[in-house]
Design a protein around this ligand. Structure first.
Ligand SMILES: O=C(O)/C=C/C(=O)CC(=O)CC(=O)O
Ligand SMILES: [Ca+2]
Ligand SMILES: [Mg+2]
Length: 405
Protein backbone atom coordinates (compact mmCIF):
# COMPACT_ATOMS: atom_id res chain seq x y z
CA UNK A 1 0.00 0.00 0.00
CA UNK A 2 1.40 3.39 -0.87
CA UNK A 3 -1.82 5.39 -0.49
CA UNK A 4 -3.49 6.56 2.67
CA UNK A 5 -6.14 9.15 3.44
CA UNK A 6 -3.97 10.19 6.38
CA UNK A 7 -1.67 13.16 5.95
CA UNK A 8 1.62 11.19 5.88
CA UNK A 9 4.55 12.66 3.92
CA UNK A 10 6.00 10.13 1.44
CA UNK A 11 9.35 10.04 3.26
CA UNK A 12 7.87 10.24 6.77
CA UNK A 13 8.98 7.78 9.40
CA UNK A 14 6.48 4.89 9.49
CA UNK A 15 4.73 5.58 6.22
CA UNK A 16 2.21 3.01 5.01
CA UNK A 17 4.95 0.63 3.81
CA UNK A 18 5.93 -0.30 7.38
CA UNK A 19 2.87 -0.57 9.68
CA UNK A 20 4.86 -1.86 12.68
CA UNK A 21 3.25 -3.16 15.87
CA UNK A 22 3.93 -1.95 19.39
CA UNK A 23 2.41 -1.51 22.82
CA UNK A 24 1.56 1.97 24.06
CA UNK A 25 -0.16 3.76 26.91
CA UNK A 26 -1.41 7.29 27.46
CA UNK A 27 -2.16 7.22 31.21
CA UNK A 28 0.48 8.67 33.58
CA UNK A 29 1.27 5.28 35.20
CA UNK A 30 1.60 3.45 31.89
CA UNK A 31 -0.84 0.88 33.26
CA UNK A 32 -3.42 0.80 30.47
CA UNK A 33 -1.41 -0.86 27.76
CA UNK A 34 -2.82 -1.29 24.27
CA UNK A 35 -1.42 -2.64 21.04
CA UNK A 36 -0.85 -0.03 18.39
CA UNK A 37 0.31 0.43 14.82
CA UNK A 38 2.59 3.36 13.99
CA UNK A 39 1.48 5.36 10.96
CA UNK A 40 3.14 8.73 10.33
CA UNK A 41 2.64 11.01 13.34
CA UNK A 42 0.00 8.68 14.80
CA UNK A 43 -0.53 5.42 16.60
CA UNK A 44 -3.62 3.49 15.61
CA UNK A 45 -5.21 1.77 18.61
CA UNK A 46 -5.40 -1.64 16.95
CA UNK A 47 -7.75 -3.34 19.40
CA UNK A 48 -10.21 -0.44 19.37
CA UNK A 49 -10.18 -0.22 15.57
CA UNK A 50 -10.64 -3.99 15.25
CA UNK A 51 -13.62 -3.89 17.61
CA UNK A 52 -15.16 -0.92 15.82
CA UNK A 53 -14.87 -2.73 12.51
CA UNK A 54 -16.00 -6.11 13.89
CA UNK A 55 -12.77 -7.86 12.95
CA UNK A 56 -12.82 -11.54 13.99
CA UNK A 57 -9.38 -11.25 15.61
CA UNK A 58 -10.27 -8.23 17.79
CA UNK A 59 -9.73 -10.24 20.98
CA UNK A 60 -6.23 -11.34 19.91
CA UNK A 61 -4.97 -7.82 19.16
CA UNK A 62 -6.27 -5.90 22.14
CA UNK A 63 -3.17 -6.18 24.31
CA UNK A 64 -1.84 -5.57 26.88
CA UNK A 65 1.04 -7.22 24.97
CA UNK A 66 1.49 -8.57 21.46
CA UNK A 67 1.74 -12.12 22.86
CA UNK A 68 -1.71 -13.38 21.79
CA UNK A 69 -1.40 -11.79 18.36
CA UNK A 70 2.06 -13.26 17.84
CA UNK A 71 0.81 -16.71 18.88
CA UNK A 72 -2.14 -16.51 16.47
CA UNK A 73 0.08 -17.39 13.52
CA UNK A 74 0.80 -16.32 9.99
CA UNK A 75 -2.77 -16.41 8.65
CA UNK A 76 -3.95 -13.93 11.28
CA UNK A 77 -0.83 -11.77 10.82
CA UNK A 78 -1.53 -11.55 7.08
CA UNK A 79 -5.21 -10.83 7.65
CA UNK A 80 -4.50 -8.00 10.10
CA UNK A 81 -1.93 -6.41 7.80
CA UNK A 82 -4.26 -6.62 4.79
CA UNK A 83 -7.07 -5.06 6.85
CA UNK A 84 -4.78 -2.25 8.05
CA UNK A 85 -3.81 -1.51 4.46
CA UNK A 86 -7.50 -1.38 3.54
CA UNK A 87 -8.58 0.69 6.54
CA UNK A 88 -5.81 3.24 6.10
CA UNK A 89 -5.89 3.20 2.30
CA UNK A 90 -9.59 3.38 1.49
CA UNK A 91 -11.25 6.71 2.39
CA UNK A 92 -14.48 4.78 3.05
CA UNK A 93 -12.94 3.67 6.37
CA UNK A 94 -11.82 7.11 7.53
CA UNK A 95 -14.86 7.80 9.71
CA UNK A 96 -14.54 4.45 11.52
CA UNK A 97 -10.76 4.55 11.94
CA UNK A 98 -9.95 8.18 12.68
CA UNK A 99 -11.38 8.16 16.24
CA UNK A 100 -8.79 5.47 17.13
CA UNK A 101 -5.73 7.47 16.10
CA UNK A 102 -3.56 8.83 18.90
CA UNK A 103 -0.81 11.45 18.53
CA UNK A 104 2.40 9.39 18.43
CA UNK A 105 4.33 12.08 20.31
CA UNK A 106 2.01 11.72 23.31
CA UNK A 107 2.29 7.98 23.95
CA UNK A 108 4.60 5.94 26.10
CA UNK A 109 5.98 2.81 24.44
CA UNK A 110 6.53 -0.43 26.34
CA UNK A 111 8.34 -3.70 25.84
CA UNK A 112 5.83 -5.07 23.32
CA UNK A 113 5.89 -8.80 24.13
CA UNK A 114 6.95 -11.20 26.85
CA UNK A 115 10.48 -12.26 26.06
CA UNK A 116 10.72 -16.05 26.27
CA UNK A 117 14.26 -17.21 25.50
CA UNK A 118 16.97 -14.96 24.11
CA UNK A 119 19.71 -16.20 21.79
CA UNK A 120 22.42 -14.00 20.30
CA UNK A 121 24.35 -15.07 17.21
CA UNK A 122 27.70 -14.01 15.79
CA UNK A 123 26.91 -13.89 12.07
CA UNK A 124 28.98 -11.04 10.62
CA UNK A 125 32.19 -12.34 9.10
CA UNK A 126 33.69 -8.85 9.35
CA UNK A 127 32.79 -8.50 13.03
CA UNK A 128 33.89 -12.04 13.94
CA UNK A 129 37.21 -11.61 12.11
CA UNK A 130 37.90 -8.28 13.79
CA UNK A 131 36.97 -9.57 17.27
CA UNK A 132 39.09 -12.66 16.69
CA UNK A 133 42.10 -10.50 15.78
CA UNK A 134 41.56 -8.32 18.86
CA UNK A 135 40.78 -11.03 21.46
CA UNK A 136 42.93 -13.87 20.09
CA UNK A 137 45.79 -12.29 18.12
CA UNK A 138 47.82 -15.51 18.22
CA UNK A 139 45.08 -17.55 16.46
CA UNK A 140 43.25 -17.59 13.13
CA UNK A 141 40.59 -14.82 13.35
CA UNK A 142 37.70 -17.19 12.56
CA UNK A 143 37.41 -20.40 14.58
CA UNK A 144 37.29 -23.63 12.49
CA UNK A 145 33.52 -24.03 13.07
CA UNK A 146 32.55 -20.48 12.07
CA UNK A 147 31.67 -21.14 8.41
CA UNK A 148 29.97 -24.46 9.20
CA UNK A 149 27.40 -23.29 11.72
CA UNK A 150 25.91 -20.04 12.99
CA UNK A 151 27.67 -19.62 16.34
CA UNK A 152 25.50 -18.32 19.15
CA UNK A 153 24.95 -18.26 22.90
CA UNK A 154 21.93 -18.08 25.18
CA UNK A 155 21.53 -14.64 26.70
CA UNK A 156 19.41 -13.38 29.58
CA UNK A 157 15.75 -12.87 28.61
CA UNK A 158 14.87 -11.07 31.84
CA UNK A 159 17.17 -8.13 31.14
CA UNK A 160 15.83 -7.33 27.68
CA UNK A 161 14.52 -3.77 28.04
CA UNK A 162 12.65 -1.38 25.79
CA UNK A 163 14.35 1.56 24.12
CA UNK A 164 14.71 4.57 26.40
CA UNK A 165 15.50 2.50 29.49
CA UNK A 166 18.70 3.75 31.16
CA UNK A 167 21.53 1.25 31.46
CA UNK A 168 23.55 1.13 34.68
CA UNK A 169 27.24 0.54 34.08
CA UNK A 170 27.92 -3.05 35.14
CA UNK A 171 30.42 -4.06 37.80
CA UNK A 172 32.31 -7.30 37.98
CA UNK A 173 35.66 -8.99 37.68
CA UNK A 174 38.20 -7.83 35.17
CA UNK A 175 41.83 -8.64 34.84
CA UNK A 176 43.97 -6.08 33.06
CA UNK A 177 47.01 -7.79 31.48
CA UNK A 178 49.29 -5.77 33.76
CA UNK A 179 47.68 -7.13 36.95
CA UNK A 180 48.59 -10.46 38.56
CA UNK A 181 45.02 -11.08 39.83
CA UNK A 182 41.50 -9.93 38.92
CA UNK A 183 40.12 -6.66 40.25
CA UNK A 184 36.51 -5.99 41.17
CA UNK A 185 34.80 -2.79 40.11
CA UNK A 186 32.89 -0.87 37.48
CA UNK A 187 33.54 -1.89 33.91
CA UNK A 188 35.94 0.50 32.17
CA UNK A 189 35.36 -0.88 28.67
CA UNK A 190 31.60 -0.56 28.19
CA UNK A 191 30.49 -1.05 24.59
CA UNK A 192 27.47 -1.39 22.35
CA UNK A 193 26.63 -3.90 19.65
CA UNK A 194 24.36 -2.82 16.81
CA UNK A 195 22.17 -5.80 15.96
CA UNK A 196 18.89 -6.84 14.40
CA UNK A 197 16.47 -8.89 16.50
CA UNK A 198 13.82 -11.40 15.42
CA UNK A 199 10.87 -12.56 17.49
CA UNK A 200 9.10 -15.90 17.15
CA UNK A 201 5.31 -15.93 16.96
CA UNK A 202 4.34 -19.48 16.02
CA UNK A 203 5.83 -22.07 18.38
CA UNK A 204 7.23 -25.45 17.34
CA UNK A 205 7.06 -28.77 19.23
CA UNK A 206 10.04 -30.29 21.01
CA UNK A 207 11.81 -32.92 18.96
CA UNK A 208 11.11 -31.27 15.60
CA UNK A 209 13.53 -29.17 13.57
CA UNK A 210 12.22 -26.04 11.86
CA UNK A 211 13.23 -25.79 8.22
CA UNK A 212 15.04 -22.77 6.74
CA UNK A 213 12.11 -22.17 4.37
CA UNK A 214 9.60 -22.09 7.26
CA UNK A 215 11.13 -18.85 8.57
CA UNK A 216 8.11 -16.67 7.70
CA UNK A 217 5.69 -19.18 9.28
CA UNK A 218 7.38 -18.80 12.66
CA UNK A 219 8.96 -15.36 12.82
CA UNK A 220 6.50 -12.57 13.58
CA UNK A 221 8.71 -9.53 13.24
CA UNK A 222 12.03 -7.75 13.16
CA UNK A 223 13.43 -4.95 15.32
CA UNK A 224 16.64 -3.24 16.40
CA UNK A 225 18.68 -4.50 19.30
CA UNK A 226 21.64 -3.11 21.24
CA UNK A 227 23.58 -5.88 22.97
CA UNK A 228 25.38 -3.72 25.55
CA UNK A 229 28.70 -5.43 26.24
CA UNK A 230 31.36 -4.98 28.88
CA UNK A 231 34.57 -5.87 27.07
CA UNK A 232 36.70 -6.09 30.23
CA UNK A 233 34.27 -8.41 32.04
CA UNK A 234 33.86 -10.40 28.82
CA UNK A 235 37.57 -10.82 28.06
CA UNK A 236 38.27 -12.30 31.52
CA UNK A 237 35.20 -14.54 31.93
CA UNK A 238 34.44 -15.93 28.48
CA UNK A 239 36.86 -18.87 28.28
CA UNK A 240 35.70 -21.59 27.68
CA UNK A 241 31.89 -21.17 27.85
CA UNK A 242 31.40 -17.84 26.07
CA UNK A 243 29.65 -14.57 26.97
CA UNK A 244 28.07 -14.40 30.45
CA UNK A 245 27.94 -11.41 32.84
CA UNK A 246 29.71 -9.16 30.34
CA UNK A 247 26.51 -9.14 28.28
CA UNK A 248 23.65 -10.17 30.60
CA UNK A 249 23.15 -6.86 32.43
CA UNK A 250 21.00 -5.24 29.69
CA UNK A 251 19.90 -5.70 26.10
CA UNK A 252 17.84 -2.88 24.59
CA UNK A 253 15.22 -3.37 21.88
CA UNK A 254 13.29 -0.94 19.68
CA UNK A 255 9.58 -0.68 20.55
CA UNK A 256 8.13 -1.06 17.04
CA UNK A 257 8.11 -4.58 15.59
CA UNK A 258 8.31 -4.56 11.80
CA UNK A 259 6.29 -7.44 10.33
CA UNK A 260 8.28 -9.87 8.20
CA UNK A 261 5.74 -9.16 5.41
CA UNK A 262 6.93 -5.53 5.27
CA UNK A 263 10.41 -6.71 4.23
CA UNK A 264 9.59 -8.41 0.91
CA UNK A 265 11.35 -5.68 -1.09
CA UNK A 266 14.36 -5.81 1.27
CA UNK A 267 15.10 -9.50 0.70
CA UNK A 268 18.41 -10.17 -1.05
CA UNK A 269 20.77 -13.07 -1.62
CA UNK A 270 23.20 -13.30 1.31
CA UNK A 271 26.95 -13.39 0.54
CA UNK A 272 28.08 -16.64 -1.12
CA UNK A 273 28.72 -19.35 1.48
CA UNK A 274 31.89 -21.35 1.07
CA UNK A 275 32.15 -24.12 2.16
CA UNK A 276 28.64 -25.12 1.26
CA UNK A 277 26.59 -25.48 4.42
CA UNK A 278 25.07 -28.82 5.46
CA UNK A 279 21.61 -29.56 3.98
CA UNK A 280 19.66 -28.48 7.08
CA UNK A 281 21.12 -24.98 6.66
CA UNK A 282 20.00 -24.68 3.04
CA UNK A 283 16.70 -23.33 1.73
CA UNK A 284 15.15 -22.25 -1.54
CA UNK A 285 14.29 -18.74 -0.38
CA UNK A 286 16.72 -15.87 0.03
CA UNK A 287 16.59 -14.36 3.50
CA UNK A 288 19.41 -11.86 3.31
CA UNK A 289 17.97 -8.45 4.24
CA UNK A 290 19.06 -5.11 2.85
CA UNK A 291 18.78 -3.07 6.05
CA UNK A 292 20.84 0.08 6.51
CA UNK A 293 21.69 0.62 10.17
CA UNK A 294 23.05 3.86 11.63
CA UNK A 295 24.73 4.14 15.02
CA UNK A 296 24.73 7.49 16.85
CA UNK A 297 26.79 8.38 19.91
CA UNK A 298 25.50 11.52 21.64
CA UNK A 299 23.79 12.51 18.40
CA UNK A 300 26.83 12.00 16.17
CA UNK A 301 26.72 9.24 13.60
CA UNK A 302 29.66 6.93 14.23
CA UNK A 303 28.83 3.97 11.97
CA UNK A 304 26.55 2.78 9.14
CA UNK A 305 26.55 -1.04 9.31
CA UNK A 306 25.13 -2.80 6.20
CA UNK A 307 22.99 -5.79 7.24
CA UNK A 308 23.06 -7.36 3.77
CA UNK A 309 26.72 -8.30 4.38
CA UNK A 310 25.75 -10.76 7.16
CA UNK A 311 27.13 -14.24 6.38
CA UNK A 312 24.39 -16.28 8.09
CA UNK A 313 20.74 -15.40 7.55
CA UNK A 314 18.06 -15.30 10.23
CA UNK A 315 16.33 -18.23 8.49
CA UNK A 316 19.51 -20.31 8.84
CA UNK A 317 19.83 -19.25 12.47
CA UNK A 318 16.25 -20.37 13.18
CA UNK A 319 16.89 -23.76 11.57
CA UNK A 320 20.13 -24.13 13.50
CA UNK A 321 18.50 -23.25 16.84
CA UNK A 322 15.99 -26.07 16.43
CA UNK A 323 18.01 -28.73 14.57
CA UNK A 324 18.70 -30.54 17.86
CA UNK A 325 14.97 -30.73 18.62
CA UNK A 326 14.75 -27.65 20.83
CA UNK A 327 11.26 -26.17 20.60
CA UNK A 328 10.33 -22.59 19.80
CA UNK A 329 8.08 -20.60 22.10
CA UNK A 330 6.09 -17.48 21.31
CA UNK A 331 8.31 -14.58 22.37
CA UNK A 332 11.63 -16.30 21.70
CA UNK A 333 14.07 -13.63 20.58
CA UNK A 334 17.13 -14.28 18.51
CA UNK A 335 19.54 -11.59 17.44
CA UNK A 336 21.78 -11.45 14.40
CA UNK A 337 25.01 -10.67 16.19
CA UNK A 338 26.88 -7.42 15.74
CA UNK A 339 26.43 -6.02 12.26
CA UNK A 340 29.75 -4.90 10.77
CA UNK A 341 30.61 -4.26 7.14
CA UNK A 342 34.04 -4.32 5.50
CA UNK A 343 34.71 -0.59 5.94
CA UNK A 344 35.91 1.05 9.12
CA UNK A 345 32.84 3.27 9.41
CA UNK A 346 30.60 0.23 9.00
CA UNK A 347 31.61 -1.44 12.25
CA UNK A 348 28.83 -2.04 14.75
CA UNK A 349 30.72 -1.76 18.06
CA UNK A 350 33.33 0.47 19.68
CA UNK A 351 35.68 -2.49 20.19
CA UNK A 352 36.11 -2.57 16.43
CA UNK A 353 35.60 1.15 15.72
CA UNK A 354 38.46 2.08 18.10
CA UNK A 355 40.39 -1.15 17.60
CA UNK A 356 40.15 -2.11 21.27
CA UNK A 357 40.64 1.48 22.39
CA UNK A 358 43.93 2.00 20.53
CA UNK A 359 42.41 4.34 17.90
CA UNK A 360 39.97 6.68 19.70
CA UNK A 361 37.01 8.08 17.81
CA UNK A 362 37.05 11.85 17.54
CA UNK A 363 33.46 13.11 17.58
CA UNK A 364 32.42 16.27 15.70
CA UNK A 365 32.04 18.10 19.03
CA UNK A 366 35.78 17.60 19.62
CA UNK A 367 35.42 14.93 22.32
CA UNK A 368 37.15 11.56 22.02
CA UNK A 369 35.83 8.12 22.85
CA UNK A 370 37.37 4.72 23.22
CA UNK A 371 34.55 3.06 25.21
CA UNK A 372 31.35 4.55 26.66
CA UNK A 373 31.40 7.16 29.40
CA UNK A 374 28.66 7.76 31.97
CA UNK A 375 25.95 9.93 30.45
CA UNK A 376 26.62 8.77 26.89
CA UNK A 377 23.55 8.14 24.80
CA UNK A 378 23.62 5.53 22.04
CA UNK A 379 20.92 5.33 19.37
CA UNK A 380 20.60 2.81 16.54
CA UNK A 381 18.23 3.36 13.62
CA UNK A 382 17.52 1.49 10.40
CA UNK A 383 15.57 1.68 7.19
CA UNK A 384 15.06 -0.78 4.35
CA UNK A 385 13.68 -0.71 0.81
CA UNK A 386 9.91 -1.02 0.63
CA UNK A 387 7.52 -1.38 -2.31
CA UNK A 388 7.49 1.25 -5.10
CA UNK A 389 10.55 3.11 -3.85
CA UNK A 390 9.15 3.63 -0.33
CA UNK A 391 11.35 3.07 2.75
CA UNK A 392 10.47 0.75 5.58
CA UNK A 393 11.36 2.33 8.93
CA UNK A 394 12.51 0.56 12.09
CA UNK A 395 12.43 3.64 14.32
CA UNK A 396 15.19 3.53 16.91
CA UNK A 397 16.61 1.83 19.95
CA UNK A 398 18.23 4.25 22.35
CA UNK A 399 19.72 4.13 25.83
CA UNK A 400 21.82 6.26 28.18
CA UNK A 401 24.61 5.00 30.43
CA UNK A 402 24.20 5.66 34.15
CA UNK A 403 27.14 5.44 36.59
CA UNK A 404 27.83 2.10 38.29
CA UNK A 405 26.07 1.60 41.62
O1 LIG B 1 34.66 -13.88 19.79
C1 LIG B 1 34.31 -13.76 20.96
O2 LIG B 1 35.00 -14.14 21.88
C2 LIG B 1 33.02 -13.11 21.32
C3 LIG B 1 32.41 -12.21 20.61
C4 LIG B 1 31.19 -11.53 21.08
O3 LIG B 1 31.21 -10.38 21.49
C5 LIG B 1 29.92 -12.32 21.13
C6 LIG B 1 28.73 -11.63 20.58
O4 LIG B 1 27.94 -10.98 21.27
C7 LIG B 1 28.49 -11.88 19.13
C8 LIG B 1 28.01 -10.77 18.27
O5 LIG B 1 27.30 -9.88 18.71
O6 LIG B 1 28.30 -10.81 17.07
CA1 LIG C 1 26.08 -9.57 20.53
MG1 LIG D 1 23.28 -7.98 25.98
Amino acid sequence: MSETWLEVAPDAEFGPATLPYGVFSTDPEGAERRTGVAIGAYVLDLGAAARALDAPYAEQVQGPTLDAFMAAGREVWDRVRADLQRWLGDPAFEAAVRPHLVDRGSVRLHLPFTVADYVDFYASEHHASNVGRIFRPEQEPLTPNWKHLPIGYHGRAGTVVVSGTDVVRPSGQRKPPTEPAPLFGASVRLDIEAEVGFVVGTPSPMGEAVQVDDFAEHVFGVFLLNDWSSRDLQAWEYVPLGPFLGKSFATSVSPWIVPVAALEAARVEPPAQDPEPLPYLKGAQAWGLDLRLEVYLNGHRVASPPFETMYWTAAQQLAHMTVNGACLRTGDVFASGTVSGPERDQRGCLLELTWSGQEPLVLPDGTERTFLEDGDEVTITATAPGPDGARVHFGEVTGTVLPAR
